[in-house]
Design a binder for this molecule. Structure first.
Ligand code: GLY
Length: 416
């Protein structure tokens, strides 16, 4: 009897092996990933959203609650106001369709007041560089350039030379010891506005401010394992570090997913703008801290140290922005194995987002399952405009990389 079973088992194993041998190797999801299909999906969803926005000259879509189809709208003052026009600019870049250009121009112009009013906070880069910055890159419209340059000067008014960084929140925020000085990791992204302005007719001091901010943040925001504090509070007179804390993460010493994402994205960008290897090194170390602890599907929980993982909300926005950052980081990384790892991981993140996180007919955003501010109980498991912005940015970046086009190049010919 035992012999019979052994013979039967051998036959089964052999026929399975022969069967496998006859089949062509199965392509992985990444090998069959259709980037253009995902970009067309984004265009279809954005077309639906355009029909849902009140035509009042001020409303911009920010988020949609789970199981809802209704966007919550914000105006230009909201920190996320640049993501919708920025998304429209990317759709224009991908299609060269004037419809997207007209819409992108119209919604960008909602944000013009930011260039002529005092700074509300550090978010001016998210707002004006994603909108007018992309617009200028694609059109060369001098009106946009003027708006960007004026806004860069406005952002620079928040720089505190005693500390060496920009004051992220010039107001009372719980646990920030106002009126002491606070700087948040997210602020790294806004340095791109300053770098750009300094190289395009703005003051040289804007470059110095951006470098100083990056250096002081590098010194104070990172723990020995290269996870990051969301916020550092400094003595505003002496520049002394008072404490590292969180605002949107689980705990002061936890790794808040999007915050770590801002670090990876931010230092990759600072390396691009300065060519200084210490920033590349930091971008790689922060990427390692993030990649090493991801779940198998590469979409992080909202905080890597959240207490109830796997029963915690995900943050698709962090996955989208990290995917985009890794694509750029892969182009700077000299170690070819590491560079390929960044590229592969970034593509797998996009495959996962496309296969399992798209909103499809649930609502007209691109993605579901982002988490904005868990400790505040807000935007938990939502569709959020910045997830969509970085998703479409990452798709376009991947498309450019596969076509051998530099990431900073425009896919459309400049026409004002
Ligand atoms: N800048 C705020 C956030 O990442 O939620």
């Amino acid at each position: 009897m035992t012999n019979k079973i052994q013979i039967l088992a051998s036959i089964v194993i052999l026929s399975l092996a022969i069967g496998c041998g006859n089949k062509k190797p199965k392509k992985s999801n990444a090998q069959t990933f259709d980037i253009d299909k995902q970009l067309s999906y984004c265009a279809q969803q954005a077309t639906k959203t355009l029909t849902l926005i009140p035509k009042d000259g001020k409303s911009l879509p920010r988020n949609i609650a789970p199981d809802s189809q209704e966007w919550r709208f914000i105006n230009y003052k909201d920190w996320t106001s640049g993501f919708w026009p920025g998304t429209l600019w990317y759709l224009y870049e991908n299609t060269n369709d004037q419809k997207w250009k007209e819409q992108a121009d119209a919604y960008s112009r909602y944000l013009t007041p930011l260039s002529v009013t005092p700074a509300l906070d550090h978010d001016l880069g998210f707002q004006v560089f994603n909108s007018f910055g992309n617009g200028y890159r694609l059109t060369g419209n001098p009106e946009y350039k003027e708006i960007i340059l004026k806004t860069a000067d406005t952002l620079a008014t928040l720089f505190n030379p005693n500390v060496g960084t920009i004051l992220s929140w010039p107001r009372e925020v719980p646990n920030m010891e106002w009126p002491q000085h606070n700087t948040i990791m997210d602020n790294m992204i806004n340095l791109e506005l300053l770098f750009w302005a300094s190289k395009n007719g703005g003051k040289k001091s804007l470059y110095d401010i951006a470098v100083s901010h990056a250096d002081v943040t590098m010194k104070n925001h990172f723990r020995p394992d290269y996870t990051s504090y969301h916020v550092v509070v400094y003595n505003r007179e002496t520049g002394e570090k008072i404490k590292g804390v969180t605002h949107q993460g689980y705990a002061d010493d936890s790794m808040w997913a999007r915050g770590q994402g801002w670090a990876i994205y931010g230092y990759t960008m600072v390396y691009r703008e300065t060519g200084d290897e210490q920033y590349l090194d930091l971008a790689q170390k922060t990427a390692k801290a993030y990649l090493d602890r991801l779940p198998n599907d590469l979409i992080p929980y909202w905080d890597f140290d959240a207490p109830n993982i796997p029963n915690e909300p995900r943050d698709a926005s962090a996955a989208a922005l990290v995917s985009s950052a890794l694509l750029e980081l892969s182009t700077f990384t000299k170690d070819s194995i590491l560079a390929k790892n960044y590229l592969d991981k970034a593509e797998k993140m996009l495959v996962e987002l496309s296969n399992n996180y798209q909103s499809k007919d649930k609502n007209s955003a691109f993605l579901l399952h982002s988490t904005g501010h868990k400790p505040n109980g807000s935007e938990i498991d939502y569709s959020i405009n910045y997830a969509d912005y970085y998703y479409v940015e990452a798709l376009l970046r991947l498309k450019k990389l596969k076509a051998g086009i530099p990431l900073t190049a425009s896919l459309v010919t400049k026409t004002k």
